[in-house]
Write a protein that binds this ligand. Structure first.
Ligand code: S3P
Length: 260
């Protein structure tokens, strides 16, 4: 065997070690999940993630391949998150609720914590139409926009383990709710009119609020929609005065309880 052949052999052995280490790591992740479940502990522990990152940085201090190893670890960590997500949710999480109740924030947080695909319906529709939501309403009317929502919900049934943040009006059509439920669990986020008003008072991209962007107008519309939202929901989560972490933890607990 010449030197080159020998090095290649050594490289293959290294790869074997990496495979074994990754398999072991993934199995440990599953054990941690099972432990948390057994003892009713929170699933999301962002501090732990920070600790792991600090430890990694210390370990890599002065390492010639620091950057390359860091890149690999960001993938390794993402995969760990995916394993957790797959174990927890083999369906899509469909977030519904009034404007300003926190759907996009929760969606983004969940997708970061579990490396899940996140779909912001309004954003997808705006990109496809190459127009802002207010412009779509103005140019083609609300019905046109609602039809795009229905189409997108049907399309999204092919996803698995995605977080879908719906526009505030998507759950008002009964047929949309039926489409959401074909491959998803519907989570209703609620907030008080005061909180919603506080969040939306300075933005101008919600055409359904035009002429009623005040506490009374918001309360009225919310009340009008409440029955439909509640009928659509598999679970309801109040978001007032809660951190996004607390909301997501509650959401996970409630969704997993549904499987028991
Ligand atoms: C709407 C809510 C908006 C957007 C559109 C209509 C509604 O989404 O889809 O302006 O009818 O409630 P957000 O709930 O994300 O603001």
């Amino acid at each position: 065997m010449n030197d080159l052949e020998m090095y290649r052999e050594q490289l293959a052995l290294c790869d074997d070690k990496i495979i074994d280490a990754l398999a072991e790591r993934n199995a440990i992740i599953e054990k941690i999940m099972a432990y948390k479940e057994e003892y009713g502990m929170p699933i999301l522990q962002p501090h732990q993630e920070e600790k792991q990152q600090t430890r990694l940085m210390e370990k890599l201090e002065g390492n010639k391949y620091k950057k390359e190893i860091q890149d690999v670890f960001s993938c390794v960590r993402k995969n760990g998150k995916r394993i957790q997500a797959r174990k927890l949710f083999d369906y899509n999480i469909v977030l519904i609720g009034f404007m300003g109740t926190g759907k996009s924030t929760v969606s983004e947080y969940l997708s970061t914590m579990f490396a899940m695909k996140s779909v912001e319906m309004d954003q997808v529709i705006a990109e496809r139409e190459q127009m802002s939501i207010p412009d779509i309403f103005e140019t083609y009317g609300e019905e046109y926009f609602r039809n795009r929502e229905t189409e997108l919900l049907i399309e999204l049934q092919s996803e698995r383990g995605a977080v879908i943040s719906c526009g505030g009006g998507a759950a008002l059509r009964e047929c949309n709710v039926a489409e959401m439920k074909k491959n998803g669990r519907v989570v209703l986020l609620v907030a008080s009119p005061e909180v919603v008003y506080g969040r939306l008072k300075d933005v101008n991209d919600r055409p359904v609020l035009s002429g009623r962007k005040n506490l009374e107008g918001i309360s009225e519309l919310m009340e009008l929609r409440r029955g439909k939202y509640e009928a659509a929901a598999d679970i309801v989560i109040t978001t007032d005065n809660k951190s996004v972490l607390a909301i997501c933890e509650e959401l996970i607990q409630r969704l997993t309880e549904m499987d028991e």
